[in-house]
Design a protein around this ligand. Structure first.
Ligand code: COA
Ligand code: AMP
Length: 637
């Protein structure tokens, strides 16, 4: 299937013929202090490194270089229905705020290479924090606000930050979430205590500051402004880390995905015009959170590198105040491109199935709608197309890649859409589908989707201080390939179909979570003998976790009491974002004769899918028991 109007095939083939030439050309869009000695060095790092020898600064490229040409143009448009606030920050103002905050960080002893944790809600100061770190060459690590203290502590211990930047509270719909007590508890739990915390006090709920360690954000930045103190951009190697973003691994210990400066800038800048089809000066909105990779790449860095105005939306698709929230933001700020997770659309569809609220707003500025973060189910895509009468583009990527692996490139000319497929591989990526033995399967056959090495610029070079874990997790299973751990197939038109994970990662409302991590929490309960957590289908969130536990013999409490405690425990240890609401006590868990829990079959039963009795099962009766329990709880018909 070809679309003669799309330049995609030419561009992809051009990249394949000369990958280094392609990225050399793309790199001209970035201002370098020193150009690269080599575009790609195959000998460096785990699979090679991009733009070796180059020097640059990401904050300079995202902010400073635009000030002369678009200083008065909006860089950030903050829109918060929950705080009842809006703020337009121009490029000149952004430079001022970021340079000032960077000076405050310098006073706190932060310098190039130091880690700084950012634990903040969706307020402009979170963006200033990321950019101020980038300005100094310090490595930021943003932790999503929906994680509990223990998760934050794990990240503090791994990143060993010099400082933490935080805010007193987040606002979740009608709820105020106190961040400061969570921060204090996390620092208490961690072994690598930061020297300083800079805390932004929000009027909705102020936090108490600890003498000697905590500083007040507003006071410190005001002092620096009065003194006229500003920090300059520090030159860093293109291969130096810009940030570490922790993401769920298969155990409770998250993986610190490292992102470099140079390759990331080049790749992101390329996507803005060629993939998203957006021009400098236009308004780009990714309705995500700065705590996720989508937030890093498409709320902050890519739109700013491209000279766009980025919308920073502190609210939900529904309930703040209604299912017309997205349409209001598009209309008020003249958004040209909206990017969100399918779950947000499902939430809007549930509340307003006829899209009545859309009629209240003029959304004619919108040209396209992008979905990612989880599989875009064909029903949701169809509904979005019907109500918006615009291209609805699914694209597939991971925290690890930082930018789309596959998608339908609007900027190059859209290809025909196939509902349920994120279309085709982007330049930089050669995809294949392998069977368990590592053999390439034919078109239309399911297997593990892999990316041929080397990964393109912008993808992770390694995991934070864990090169071996990186190699083992991603490169060891299929030599010469990066293992995406996504299952799917490529059809005869070259369209990729991403159907689900091959590991125990689940996607809950577009949030990536580890069932292994949840099992570790359940197993820590003194009454639990063994457990299994699976992701079960959910109409709104795509998937939700469901925990099965076998209690130790002689336990006195009733199962319902323990189940409530387990729900509370996951919330306390991982956080509300885990959305762990179902714990079920069972007499025994189904296993193979070698003792492996049959999670896949349990999932099929819970999802109401057809299933066959595994040949290796130890006791077939147990699966019947599981089915009966799920029925008695009303979880399956
Ligand atoms: N800080 C603190 N708590 C948070 C939080 C944050 N930043 N984000 C979410 N939470 C809490 C929620 O309040 C909720 O708590 P509750 O159990 O007390 O109700 C819990 O974590 C689960 O959150 P979520 O799964 O987001 O459910 P929700 O019912 O609040 O909202 C959606 C459902 C679909 C509206 C929402 O998930 C959404 O908009 N998703 C878009 C997905 C997205 O942005 N993905 C990022 C990748 S593109
Ligand atoms: P995250 O690292 O949070 O971005 O999650 C990455 C995972 O989300 C991928 O490995 C996929 O399993 C899933 N995912 C993201 N985008 C898509 C998509 N467009 N289609 C199917 N799955 C997706």
């Amino acid at each position: 299937m070809t679309n003669t109007r799309s330049r995609y095939h030419d561009v992809y083939e051009g990249w394949k013929r000369d990958p280094e030439g392609f990225w050399r050309e793309a790199a001209k869009e970035i201002d370098w202090y020193k150009p690269a000695d080599r575009i790609f060095d195959p000998q460096a790092g785990a699979y090679g490194r991009w733009f070796v020898g180059a020097e640059c600064n990401t904050c300079y490229n995202a902010v400073d270089r635009h000030v002369a040409t678009r200083g008065d143009q909006a860089a950030i448009i903050y829109d918060s229905p929950v705080a009842n606030a809006q703020r337009r920050i121009s490029y000149a103002q952004l430079q001022d705020e970021v340079a000032t905050l960077a000076a405050v960080l310098q006073d706190m002893g932060v310098k190039k290479g130091d880690r700084v944790i950012v634990y903040m809600p969706m307020i402009p100061e979170a963006v200033f924090a990321m950019l101020a770190c980038a300005r100094l060459g310090a490595i930021h690590s943003v932790v999503f606000g929906g994680f509990a203290a223990k998760e934050l502590a794990t990240r503090i211990d791994d990143a060993k930050p010099k400082a933490i930047l935080s805010a007193s509270c987040g606002i979740e719909g009608a709820k105020i979430v106190a961040y400061k007590p969570l921060l204090d508890e996390a620092i208490e739990l961690s072994a690598s205590k930061p020297e300083t915390c800079l805390v932004y006090q929000r009027p909705q709920l102020e936090g108490s500051l600890l003498a000697g360690r905590d500083r007040d954000w507003a006071q410190e930045t005001t002092k620096a402004k009065v003194a006229g103190r500003k920090a300059e951009c520090v030159s860093v190697a293109a291969t130096d880390p810009l940030y570490v973003l922790y993401t769920s691994g298969t155990t409770g210990k998250p993986k610190g995905v490292v992102r470099d400066n140079g390759g990331y800038m080049v790749a992101l800048k390329w996507t803005m015009s060629n993939f998203y089809g957006v021009k400098p000066g236009e308004v780009f909105w990714a309705a995500s959170d700065v705590g996720w990779v989508v937030g890093h790449s498409y709320i902050v860095y890519a739109p700013l590198l491209h000279g766009c105005a980025a919308v920073l939306y502190e609210g939900k698709p529904v309930g703040t105040p209604d299912a017309g929230a997205f349409w209001r933001v598009i209309a008020e700020h003249k958004v040209v491109t909206l990017f969100t997770a399918p779950t947000a659309f499902r939430a809007i569809k549930k509340e307003d199935p006829q899209a009545e609220l859309l009629k209240k707003y003029d959304v004619s500025s919108l040209r396209a709608f992008f979905l990612a973060g989880e599989r875009a189910d064909p029903d949701t895509v169809q509904w979005a197309e019907d109500i918006l009468k615009l291209p609805v583009i699914d694209h597939w990527w991971q925290t690890e890649t930082g930018w789309p692996v596959a998608g339908n490139p609007m900027g190059l000319g859209a290809l025909p859409v196939k509902h349920g497929s994120p279309t085709v591989a982007m330049p930089g990526y050669v995809l294949d589908v392998l069977d368990e033995g590592g053999k390439s399967v034919g078109a239309g056959t399911m297997g593990t989707i892999v990316i041929k090495l080397p990964l393109p610029p912008g993808c992770l070079p390694t995991l934070w201080q864990a090169d071996e874990r990186f190699k083992e997790s991603y490169l060891a299973t299929y030599p010469g390939y990066y293992n995406t751990s996504d299952a799917g197939f490529i059809d005869s038109d070259g369209y990729v179909w991403v159907m689900g994970r091959t590991d125990d990662i689940i996607n809950v409302a577009g949030h990536r979570l580890s069932t292994g991590g949840m099992e570790e929490v359940l197993a820590s309960h003194p009454c639990v003998a063994e457990c299994a957590v699976i992701g079960v289908k959910d109409e709104l969130k795509g998937e939700v976790p469901c925990g099965f536990v076998v209690l130790k013999s002689g336990v006195q409490q009733t199962p319902d009491v323990i189940e409530k405690q387990l729900v509370g425990l996951v919330r306390e240890k991982i956080g509300p974002v885990a959305a762990f609401k179902i714990a079920i006590t069972v007499g025994r868990l189904p296993k193979t004769r070698s003792g492996k829990i049959l999670r896949g079959t349990m999932k099929k039963i819970a999802d109401g899918d057809s299933w066959t009795m595994p040949a290796t099962i130890d006791d077939p009766g147990i699966l019947e028991e599981i089915g009966e329990i799920l029925k008695s709880r009303g979880l399956v018909n």
